[in-house]
Design a protein around this ligand. Structure first.
Ligand SMILES: Nc1ncnc2c1ncn2[C@@H]1O[C@H](COP(=O)(O)OP(=O)(O)OP(=O)(O)O)[C@@H](O)[C@H]1O
Ligand SMILES: [Mg+2]
Length: 231
């Protein structure tokens, strides 16, 4: 059964910096960011605090909240990029995170080599690999750049490359940090179409956004994070 279950999930980021000294002197009233607390002699940002969440087939969860309230951190925990300091995370299903798109690329390698590496890491079937790679290259419309090292790519070209790879995965769960802003307008139209189809075919969607309008349009469940807690 495809599902997401978080039980009492908390995540603290330790702060190691000269900045921490000045915390003792300054008490600034703030509404952004996680709560900054002192555990023994160390300071931590409580990015997430005791999050409980249960999602099942058909759920489209929208996450809102001010800057630094823990949205991206929560998505990273759901995606397995970050492990919680406390609590339990249970995910059943193939999950595709459309977050941190540029992470894990080898910038010295070509776009094509990165496609091959990513497909193999994603466990794609060797039998269909050539066909899948061909489709990814076609969709990306990177032309000759596919043979160039990724370090020569513009940010839009990197997004084209990674989106083209990720959107080939048959996913049960889709995780997004804001809606797509990949490439130029022509590519965006094409990518939006593919993404909408992916979401329709998926079981669970979790998206964080500052646009209430967007969340109202695509989500059937909502949470708001404030200082790392569900309000
Ligand atoms: N790698 C990190 N190291 C230390 N603190 C971090 C790190 N990443 C995030 N934080 C802190 O964790 C808290 C939550 O950050 P997060 O990026 O999850 O917020 P957000 O809700 O996604 O914000 P935004 O709306 O700006 O995208 C913030 O206080 C931030 O400063
Ligand atoms: Mg964020």
């Amino acid at each position: 059964m495809i599902q997401i279950k978080l039980k009492n999930v908390s995540l603290n980021f330790p702060i190691y910096s000269e900045v921490t000294r000045s915390f003792k002197k300054t008490l600034v009233k703030k509404i952004i960011g996680g709560n900054i607390t002192q555990l023994k002699e160390h300071y931590h940002v409580e990015a997430l605090s005791k999050i409980n969440l249960q999602l099942k087939h058909g759920d489209r969860l929208g996450i809102s909240g001010p800057n630094g309230s823990g949205k991206t951190t929560l998505l990273r925990v759901l995606s397995g990029i970050l492990h919680p300091s406390d609590g339990e995370v249970k995910i059943n299903g193939v999950l595709v995170p459309f977050i941190d798109l540029h992470y894990g690329l080898n910038i010295e390698a070509s776009g094509l080599e990165n496609i091959k590496m990513r497909c193999i890491l994603l466990g794609m079937n060797f039998k269909d690999l050539d066909e899948i790679i061909e489709k990814i290259i076609d969709f990306s419309e990177l032309g000759k750049y596919i043979y160039m090292p990724v370090k020569t790519y513009s940010s839009g070209m990197i997004m084209r490359l990674v989106f083209s790879i990720l959107s080939m995965i048959k996913s049960d769960i889709i995780i997004m940090d804001e809606w797509l802003s990949v490439g130029d307008s022509d590519f965006l139209i094409k990518a939006n179409k593919r993404l909408n189809k992916m979401i329709d075919d998926s079981s669970i969607l979790v998206i964080a956004s500052h646009s209430n309008e967007l969340l109202d349009n695509i989500c059937n469940k909502r949470i708001e994070l404030v200082e790392g807690k569900i309000r």
